[in-house]
Design a protein. Sequence first.
Length: 246
Amino acid sequence: MDIPFEPVVLGYKVNIHLVLEYLAFFVGFRYYVYLKKKHKDHISSSNRLTIIIGAVFGAFIGSRVIGFLENPVSVSSIEQVLQLLNTKTIMGGLFGGLLGVELIKKIIGERSSSGDLFTFPLILGIAIGRVGCFLYGIHEFTYGKPTTFFTGMDLGDGVLRHPLALYELVFLGVLWKVLQAIAKRKDSVSGIVFKYFMIAYFSFRFVIEFLKPNVFLVFGLSSIQYLCILCTIYYRTTIRKLLYAD
């Protein structure tokens, strides 16, 4: 199989990345519905729906803002505006969704933790999306710098590069198992699984960004890495408790 993988169906090239992106949303949501039915939800259905709406709007705005900041350019045409609106990143979506949820919860007066139920559907959705990123090769900016390491792969430009999407898939698989074990503990605190997911994933992405051929850097760091630092600050209390736990 060649990468980028662009199957032809009925004479038309299929954008496999786009197909798997939509599949990620569908499967992730269906898995969330399954978990919601399986586990008792301490949040009312109306409040849960409102929280989801807040998450969606927050994720939409956050993904576009951070996507633009990855490589800010001047906009001088309608085509560039449309391209800008289509530029997005999961990191901005996650953090924007988090802020959207927290804002909505303050507005409606909901104090219960709402993140745990979203955690595993999010991981599943991200994993499916990363398969699409890998198959799309150099057409999607999730490829790495050139490397002589044994994991190097030709992602479509004849250069052996770090397959960052595959690295992330392995990380997500390990993270799934770890968080599952934490969730099954009797002393597990509500909301802690989602917090650990955010801390672990953003920490991983901070490190992996050094392997990307970023062109827009401020003091040697990308916009994604500054977002990762911001997320660490946001969860500083949880990190402190984790580091100094007895």
